[in-house]
Ligand binder design. Structure first.
Ligand SMILES: [Zn+2]
Length: 240
């Protein structure tokens, strides 16, 4: 079944033009919710095509090498636009972080999905509700991203979302490594990303969750593995 909200949104976006929707509406919503300026590549281009990857549906992607935001025709909605626009505005789409991006890809997806959920919670409550309740496949939280997304939701019980935002949204005159080190020191969290220890190669999300549990206690694991998804992703319980 095609959700009614999808039809309305896609119709409006088609009339307005998807690039305009991203550059005006989506950018404004992100900046308002995250309370920070974002910087999209000036040459950013956005278009729809048919995307296929190992017979799995991918809804959209951002290619940092070409600055293209590509949407899978008929398979994307507002959630996809917010998610991919966040990728375009993140540290991890900058050339200098290409290797880091590969190394911790699933954590970055988790952080993207977590921030995108927060933007929907603040600016698009209907989208947020549909996302959290897995109401429609087109805007649901992908199973593969779930633990990493929930890890950031659990972290946000102790660390304000604005601090997590600083580790994600690219800003001029600073760099990710500086932000990351400040963050670890402030909250006394073990580094599992830049460390040379071999264990992180096995499962970066699991290692990250263990590090958070060491600092903040078992509540972290309870929220991620035992609480219902809608409890874990309840942003009203988090620090802003
Ligand atoms: Zn993504």
């Amino acid at each position: 079944m095609t959700p009614e909200c999808y039809l309305t949104f896609i119709m409006d976006a088609t009339i307005t033009g998807i690039e305009k929707v991203v550059k005006d509406e989506i950018t404004t919503s992100i900046e308002k919710a995250l309370k920070t300026k974002i910087h999209l590549p000036p040459t950013l281009t956005i278009y729809e095509t048919e995307l296929r990857k190992n017979r799995r549906i991918i809804r959209g992607l951002y290619n940092p090498n070409t600055n293209e935001l590509i949407l899978n025709k008929g398979h994307w909605c507002r959630k996809t636009l917010i998610h991919e626009t966040l990728h375009a505005a993140s540290y991890f789409s900058q050339e200098e972080y290409e290797r880091l991006n590969e190394k911790i890809r699933i954590l970055i997806e988790g952080m993207t999905e977590f921030l995108q959920g927060y933007i929907m919670y603040k600016e698009y409550p209907e989208c947020y509700k549909a996302w959290i309740n897995q109401k429609y496949p087109i805007c649901s939280l992908p199973i593969t991203y779930e633990p990493a997304t929930q890890a950031f939701a659990a972290l946000a019980r102790h660390v304000p979302i604005r601090e997590i935002t600083k580790l994600y949204i690219w800003q001029p005159n600073t760099n990710w490594h500086t932000q990351y080190k400040k963050f670890l020191n402030k909250y006394n969290i073990e580094d599992v990303i830049l460390t040379k220890k071999a264990k992180i190669k096995i499962n970066i999300t699991y290692t990250f969750i263990n590090a958070l549990t060491k600092t903040f206690g078992n509540e972290i694991k309870e929220l991620i593995y035992q609480a219902p998804t809608e409890t874990c992703l309840n942003y009203s319980e988090m620090k802003e």
